[in-house]
Design a binder for this molecule. Structure first.
Ligand SMILES: [Zn+2]
Length: 483
């Protein structure tokens, strides 16, 4: 299409390719989405200097202007500068609501570090630049525009579509998802969540080759290892030394590996992600995905920190403290060990394993940051089929890949509260050019508009009574739908 080519700087007419001199002919919905995107990027929502409240109010104004009743558009939260937006587009109520989720806050960005103003949306050389352009004001704007469009078209919905744009995902004490769950749960109660902040389509040379669907995440837990000792004068050392005991314990822990294990999500991940990998890796991934081959699992884990993290619980020393003077025997030595648990792992069992591996009762093992369990979300056909069919129509050949995040997201709290979460961003990111949290954060202009189209079609498919996207049937792993 000339329009799309134009956005990438080239205008194709018949067989001629010439530099594009025409303005991009955006549709009204694209123009509106872009205006919302620009407004959101233009509002500083960092924890340090910004306010999510201003952004929440800006979105609320737009939704009310689009015809949503004011009672269905609320701005609420823990503190005056950290408010959240929750809006509800009403359907018939035949099925329970779905929740669209993105966060309003962004990571700090300093003007002197950037080559352009981080708090102005700038289009340059086929990219949108700005803090939050990829994390995750792009999806925030896209969700808002999707609601506006469905409202305008009076789309027949058989369920409510709730939008939550939240505070303090990136840090701070007023995490919007936690606050809403604790204080306004009925506002966000839903059959499941589509999280715009996870599960990215990935592109290479302008082509989308993979469409991730984040359906599980590992669980965070910190454990402290501490050795106490009477200490004494360092001119008269004794054998029992807190630092030596701790370091011996850490060496044993460092040599230990937790057993490898698959779950529904990682099994599907290995089976489906194999296609994009070089032959030897792909063969091993298929063996893992299709038959759980343990030798192949071992080889993959040995060759890559990523596969290792996907296949097993990990616990690694991250901080160290000890001693109080250069000329004194240490009275304490302690380390923080950061664990990332497979979602079906029991935290107590991990602590027990650490004690067993440390094998020294003088080393006290205590949990300092407890695990918040986050069960994997079942791969239901209701979500995966439209994702599959829209992906096939927009990005032919791109693999739909269920994934387990090795880090942690806000999805954690919702899964913990019993609400399944599917990370399904619409906006393709480029391999090797993921700039979230970094300098000159950007996405491709065409990726933003593709994200708008993908998301609008997906929400319509998930909430329409006349299901237009995709056939019906079993889930991609061959299991029956579980909801
Ligand atoms: Zn984010």
């Amino acid at each position: 299409m000339p329009r799309l080519s134009c956005r990438t700087g080239l205008f194709t007419l018949a067989l001629l390719t010439v530099p594009c001199a025409l303005p991009a002919q955006d549709s009204p919905d694209e123009r509106s989405a872009r205006a919302i995107f620009a407004e959101l990027v233009g509002i500083n929502t960092t924890h340090e200097h910004g306010s999510t409240t201003l952004a929440a109010r800006a979105v609320a104004r737009r939704l009310v202007a689009a015809g949503l009743p004011a009672r269905d558009v609320v701005v609420v939260g823990a503190s005056p500068r950290r408010q959240n937006l929750v809006a509800r587009l009403r359907g018939s109520g035949a099925r329970p609501p779905i929740l669209l989720l993105a966060h309003l806050d962004v990571v700090e960005a300093r003007r002197e570090d950037w080559s352009l103003d981080p708090f102005t949306l700038t289009e340059k050389d086929g990219y949108f630049y700005g803090r939050g352009s990829s994390d995750i004001k792009d999806m925030g704007a896209i969700f808002v525009q999707t609601l506006i469009r469905l409202k305008r078209e009076r789309a027949p919905l058989d369920r409510d579509v709730i939008l939550a744009l939240t505070a303090d995902e990136e840090g701070g004490d007023d995490n919007g998802v936690q606050w809403l769950l604790a204080n306004r749960r009925p506002l966000i109660e839903a059959a499941y969540v589509i999280n715009g902040d996870g599960g990215d389509p990935m592109m290479r040379d302008g082509q989308v080759h993979a469409r991730n669907v984040q359906a599980a995440e590992k669980v965070y837990m910190d454990v402290r290892l501490e050795v106490d000792n009477p200490g004494g004068h360092s001119s008269m050392p004794v054998r029992d030394n807190a630092i030596y005991r701790l370091s011996a314990a850490l060496s044993r822990l460092g040599a230990y590996q937790f057993p490898m294990r698959l779950n529904e999500i990682t099994r599907a991940y290995f089976a489906r992600a194999a296609a994009a990998e070089p032959d030897t890796i792909a063969a091993r991934m298929r063996m893992v995905g299709e038959s759980g081959d343990t030798a192949a699992m071992r080889r993959l884990a040995a060759g890559s920190a990523w596969y290792n993290a996907v296949l097993r619980t990990t616990c690694v020393a991250t901080r160290l403290e000890g001693g109080h003077a250069n000329n004194a025997l240490p009275q304490t030595a302690a380390a923080n060990v950061n664990c990332r648990l497979l979602p079906d792992e029991h935290p107590d069992a991990v602590v027990e394993t650490i004690r067993r591996v440390v094998d020294d009762t003088a080393v006290q093992v205590t949990v300092t940051s407890p695990a918040v369990p986050s069960p994997p979300s079942p791969l239901i056909a209701e979500v995966l089929e439209p994702v599959d069919s829209i992906t096939a129509s927009m990005w032919p050949g791109a693999a739909v890949i269920p994934s387990m995040e090795t880090g942690a997201t806000d999805g954690l709290f919702l899964r913990n509260a019993g609400i399944p979460v599917y990370g399904v961003s619409g906006v393709p990111l480029e391999d090797g050019d993921v700039r979230a949290h970094g300098r000159d954060e950007r996405i491709r202009v065409e990726a933003f508009y593709q994200g708008l189209e993908f998301t609008e079609r997906l929400v319509r498919a998930l909430a329409s009574d006349g299901r237009t996207e995709g056939p019906t049937g079993g889930s991609i792993t061959g299991r029956a739908a579980t909801d």
